[in-house]
Structure formats: structure tokens, C-alpha cells
Design a binder for this molecule. Structure first.
Ligand code: NZQ
Ligand code: ZN
Length: 387
């Protein structure tokens, strides 16, 4: 461990088949006015909406609803939620859904009493929240983003074609999150693999940085191995409780900040995907899956030791006596095989990217990077290789 850190995570997690029964106790900690946020309708089809509403009524809550939150939530929906919070004196925002609903709930929480334009303040200038922060709680219905236990909030501003993410301080993290793996059984396979690869990408983005002997890297390798095993089981049987619960907890652990401790981290794949998402509205994890192999092939030489370790410790590839390049490339190929098994396409055209979009996407990505600092021209080469 090389870098100093302070670690704190305030989200209380209730995990398991009976975890929704903990909602009553959590609601007791807040006032009567609840803003119930959910997505485009899955919670109504699965009955989770009714179950949550029954608990809200039994607790005597006055409920204001904001449904229809879209995947890749938009800034206009944030403003709508902020207005509802102010008009109804909301005491708690309860997000029932996947990462999009929870991200949007956090955005509403800080936008409601924001002094000035929230988009500029929080997603362009990345300022810390200054106004009142309305507490958020969540009932998670889809595993992947880790939003249930972090401060991340990724919002798309359609007017300016930007999908920007940021991490808010712990005061904005959900106060509690309820994780019942059975709630994820109904997630369509395409969304399930999107979530699985999103988690894999979070683990890799944190792993591919630094070469110190860091306990976090061992943790990340274990999570990646578990995720790969459970993904195969869940593809075979989506109702495999053990597999779905491993996936759900790996996703939470994968971005609840513990797996980033004392790491410089990369996040370039995410920066590129966010702009692909702004142009195509593709599922986040699918976009990540399409560009990961071309990206890692582009940068592996700059972090070769780690790519050799990845091949050996995550995919059990024997270390070549001939060259590190051989081992590293076998590891990246094994990652490609995993992506293929998930059924994620291997080209950008399949997710709606056109040739004309490549340059604008490359030019609008926020760059940074881990082993190699990507510039717009490097990103363009990666996009061309993925096209
Ligand atoms: O909208 P509904 O009808 O609810 O359907 C959703 C949506 O179509 C459906 N779904 C969710 N739970 C379901 C279900 N369908 C059936 N049964 C269920 N139990 O799944 C679809 C996708 O949902 P969404 O919430 O968009 O998926 P996800 O959890 O992958 O969230 C993606 C968003 O999170 C951001 C992404 O950029 C994207 O905008 N991220 C947030 C992060 C964070 N907060 O830390 C980090 C991530 O890297 C990511 O960027
Ligand atoms: Zn992600």
C-alpha cells in the first residue's frame, strides 16, 4: 500500500431474500414526505412497486411519485425531481430500480436546493454540494453499477450531448440500500450481462494502475474470479440464487470505494463509454464490453507487469518463458472470450455508432488514464479498432 487514505462509507446494506422487511425500520428515521422514484415500468411488472408501496402506506407516508426515469437518466428528469422535492417538502427520496434511478435520485437530492444551475455546478465544474442535501435510500433491482453504495451520479444532458459522471461526498451516498438478489431474476439477459460487464470493468479500471504490492489488487483479483464463475452460472440458470447473490455483492463491492483504496485508478474505458452512450444511448455495460479489448491492447505495453499478473491470477494463464507480451496478450484474449460468452458484440456498429460519430466522440471524452495518458488522437485509434 503506497498512498495515504481515509476510508468511510455510510451506506447501511440490508442483503438477502427477506431484506425488504428492513425498509419499515429505515423509513422510521425520516419525516412523512417521500419521493418515490422508479424507472420505466419493470417495478410495476415484477410487483416490487406494490410491495414497496404497501410498506410506505403501513408507515403512514405521504408519497409523491416520479416514475419513468430512463436508462442513462437525463438532466431534465433531475430538474423535474428537484421541483417535486421543493413543492412537496420531501424528507426522503426512495429510489427503486437500477443504477439509473439511484444516480438520478442522488442528482435530485443535490439539485433541489442548489444555488444556481446544478448542471454547471456539479457536472461541469465538479463543485461540492453546498445547499441542503435530501437523504436518499434505495431498493436495488439490477446489479452492476455499485450506485447503491457510492456517491456516483452519471447524468446525460441531452441539450449539450454530454453524459457526465461525478462522485459526490459521503453525505450524498444512499443512507441505506436494500439488496434482494431475487429481485434481479427478472432482469432481461441483455441487461444482466450489461451489469455483469459493468462490474468487471469497474474492477479492471481500478486494478490497471500502479505496480506496488497493494492489498486492493488481491481483493480485485478475487472479485473478478468470483464474477466470472457466477456469470457463467447465471447465464445457464438466471434463477440460481447463489450466482445472482454473488454477482450482486461483487457489483456493490466493486464500486463502494473499498476496491479503490490506495490506487491511482484508470477509468479511461468509462470516459470513452460515457460519450458513446451520449451519442447512442447504448446500455452502459455493453458499450464498455465493446471497447475494453481494443483499449487494453492499445495500452498494455505501458503496464505490462500488471497485464501479465492479470492473465495469470484472473484467467489462470501460464506465464510464458518466451515473453511478457505473449502472456499479457493471452490474458486480454481471455477477457475477449469472456465478453463473447456474455454475448456482448465485438464492434461499435452493432451498438449504433456510425463512422461520423467516431471523431466527435473522441474529441469530447474527458481524458486521464492509468498506465498511459490518452489524448483525443489515441482515443480515436481505439474507437477505429473497435469499429
Ligand atoms: O426502467 P425500467 O423499466 O425499470 O427497466 C430497467 C432498464 O430498462 C431494467 N431493469 C432494472 N431492474 C429490473 C429491470 N428489468 C426487469 N427486472 C428488473 N428487476 O434494466 C434496464 C437498465 O436499468 P439501468 O438502471 O439503466 O441499468 P444500470 O443499473 O446498469 O444503470 C446504468 C446507469 O448507471 C450509470 C451508467 O452510466 C448508466 O447511466 N453508472 C453509474 C455509476 C455509479 N453511480 O457509480 C457507475 C457506473 O460506471 C455507471 O456509469
Ligand atoms: Zn460502470
Amino acid at each position: 500500500m503506497k498512498y495515504d487514505f481515509t476510508y468511510y462509507n455510510p451506506t447501511r446494506i440490508h442483503f438477502g431474500k427477506e431484506s425488504l422487511s428492513e425498509l419499515k425500520g429505515e423509513l422510521g428515521l425520516y419525516g412523512d414526505n417521500v419521493l418515490l422514484m422508479y424507472g420505466k415500468g419493470s417495478v410495476k411488472r415484477t410487483g416490487i412497486y406494490d410491495k414497496v408501496n404497501d410498506i410506505l402506506s403501513a408507515c403512514g407516508k405521504r408519497v409523491t411519485e416520479l416514475g419513468g426515469i430512463k436508462p442513462n437518466p437525463s438532466y431534465s428528469q433531475v430538474l423535474e425531481g428537484a421541483r417535486l422535492v421543493r413543492e412537496n417538502g420531501i424528507d426522503l427520496i426512495l429510489a427503486v430500480g437500477g443504477g439509473s434511478v439511484i444516480d438520478c435520485a442522488k442528482a435530485v437530492s443535490v439539485a433541489a436546493y442548489c444555488d444556481g444551475d446544478a448542471w454547471t455546478k456539479y457536472w461541469i465544474d465538479f463543485e461540492e454540494p453546498t445547499g441542503r442535501i435530501v437523504p436518499v435510500g434505495s431498493v436495488l433491482t439490477m446489479a452492476g453499477t455499485g450506485s447503491e453504495m457510492n456517491g456516483g451520479s452519471v447524468i446525460t444532458n441531452e441539450e449539450v450531448m454530454l453524459k457526465n459522471g461525478r462522485v459526490f461526498p459521503s453525505s450524498v451516498y444512499p443512507k441505506f440500500s436494500i439488496l434482494n438478489p431475487e429481485f434481479t431474476y427478472s432482469v432481461p439477459e441483455y441487461q444482466m450481462v450489461s451489469g455483469i460487464f459493468d462490474t468487471m470493468s469497474h474492477l479492471m479500471e481500478q486494478y490497471f494502475s500502479g505496480d506496488d504490492d497493494n492489498v486492493t489488487d488481491y481483493l480485485l483479483e478475487g472479485l473478478m474470479r468470483s464474477l466470472i464463475v457466477s456469470a457463467e452460472k447465471a447465464l445457464e440458470n438466471p434463477n440460481d440464487y447463489e450466482a445472482r447473490s454473488n454477482i450482486m455483492w461483487a457489483a456493490t463491492m466493486g464500486l463502494n470505494t473499498v476496491t479503490g483504496v490506495s490506487k491511482t485508478q484508470d477509468w479511461e474505458v468509462h470516459m470513452i463509454e460515457h460519450q458513446i452512450g451520449a451519442y447512442t444511448d447504448c446500455a452502459h455495460g455493453i458499450g464498455l464490453g465493446v471497447i475494453s479489448v481494443p483499449y487494453y491492447k492499445y495500452i498494455y505495453k505501458y503496464g505490462i507487469k500488471k497485464f501479465v499478473r492479470f492473465a495469470h491470477n484472473v484467467f489462470d494463464i501460464e506465464i510464458s518463458t518466451v515473453s511478457d507480451d505473449e502472456t499479457a496478450l493471452k490474458g486480454i484474449a481471455a477477457l475477449g472470450d469472456f465478453i463473447k460468452k456474455l454475448g456482448i458484440p465485438d464492434n461499435l456498429r452493432a451498438i449504433g455508432v456510425t463512422e461520423e460519430m467516431l471523431k466527435p466522440i473522441a474529441d469530447s471524452c474527458v481524458t486521464g488514464g492509468g498506465y498511459y495518458e490518452m489524448r483525443a488522437e489515441d482515443i480515436l485509434k481505439v474507437l477505429e479498432a473497435a469499429f
